[in-house]
Design a protein around this ligand. Structure first.
Ligand code: AVI
Length: 323
């Protein structure tokens, strides 16, 4: 996991600070997705992937186990892989091994978290045929850098896994997929995954687990505002809430203020009054239907080559090719 536009300046990055001011300063109060993923947030997310309630990661793992060799057959053999949001690289290892069986494979993970890239490098160490070349950058910058490094005769396979596409609002998502396409050549490919719709109680449990790990992940976003921007959020006065909005097909995560309170965020020059029951909307996680990924890909200039689903935890993996 990582972010699309964060930088090493953390929340003090001027562009992010500006967006934060807008998102928190007006109602409904929101937080940009970048707020989750400092090193602690990335570690908490890694813990989420082990929760019994959070079936997404295991479903993706099953799909990659089952279909790595199909994917290897469908993509050109002279290939370079760029992964947007590598995380620890655990899930990608299998696929890379299948691809590297044919010939040496340059692998360029793009992630803003140096800790994630380091874990990824360790995970790949000693895998025959895979050379790791980490790019500590926001996604699109990293993709552009990787494209500049490509050997002229190689195709590029971009990985955008983890159902990360679900954390983008639809207009932003469409722009992002088009921005990926614009950086690619005809015949390059995009391997992408998305969590599929399922019943509300299963989804809500996945985002409000019994051990409270997701609640900690959610609260860490406010804890970061305290740490990095000198804010004085009283974390104990916020309750974690996850609800499935079926019409919009998204999980919404909120932090609910348990009382009337005033919070100061000096580095943003912001003082906000929260009423009891008012929420800070911290994340949306969109859910999809079978075939949605191919349709999104088509709108961005890709054709859908293949798609596979997991039936145990409905989840989709799709291979799209740049037209
Ligand atoms: C990274 N992303 C796909 C996760 C999701 O499921 O939307 C983030 C997450 N938020 C709470 N739990 C997991």
């Amino acid at each position: 996991v990582s972010t699309i536009a964060a930088s090493h300046a953390g929340l003090r990055d001027p562009e992010l600070a500006q967006r934060l001011r807008g998102a928190l300063g007006t109602r409904p109060r929101r937080l940009p997705v970048e707020c989750f993923y400092d090193d602690l947030g990335s570690a908490l997310f890694e813990a989420i992937t082990y929760l019994p309630e959070y079936g997404l990661t295991r479903a993706e793992w099953r799909l990659l186990c089952r279909h790595s060799s199909d994917i290897a057959r469908l993509v050109p053999s002279a290939l370079e892989v760029v992964e947007l949001g590598s995380g620890s690289g655990r899930k990608t290892r299998l696929l890379l091994e299948a691809l590297a069986r044919r010939r040496p494979l340059p692998y360029r993970p793009v992630d803003i978290s140096a800790a994630a890239l380091e874990a990824c490098r360790r995970e790949m160490a000693g895998r025959t045929g895979v050379t790791v070349d980490p790019l500590p950058m926001p996604f699109l910058e990293g993709l552009s850098a990787a494209i500049e490094m490509r050997a002229p005769s190689s195709a590029v396979l971009v990985l955008f896994l983890g159902s990360n596409v679900g954390n983008l609002e639809p207009p932003e998502r469409d722009r992002f997929l088009s921005a990926i396409r614009r950086r690619l050549r005809r015949g390059d490919a995009l391997l992408i995954t998305a969590d599929l719709e399922k019943d509300a109680s299963t989804l809500e449990a996945a985002y409000d687990d019994d051990a409270g790990v997701t609640a900690a992940f959610n609260r860490n976003a406010l804890a970061r505002l305290n740490r990095e921007l000198g804010a004085d959020f009283d974390l104990a006065a916020f309750r974690h809430r996850a609800l499935y909005a079926a019409r919009e097909r998204r999980i919404e995560m909120h932090l609910v203020s348990e009382r009337d309170q005033t919070v100061r965020i000096p580095a943003l020059g912001l003082v906000i009054a929260l009423a009891a029951g008012e929420t800070i909307w911290t994340e949306s996680s969109y859910k999809f239907r079978r075939g949605d990924l191919a349709a999104l890909g088509r709108a961005a200039g890709f054709s859908g080559t293949a798609a596979w689903q997991d039936d145990e935890w409905p989840f989709e993996l799709a291979l799209l090719v740049a037209e």
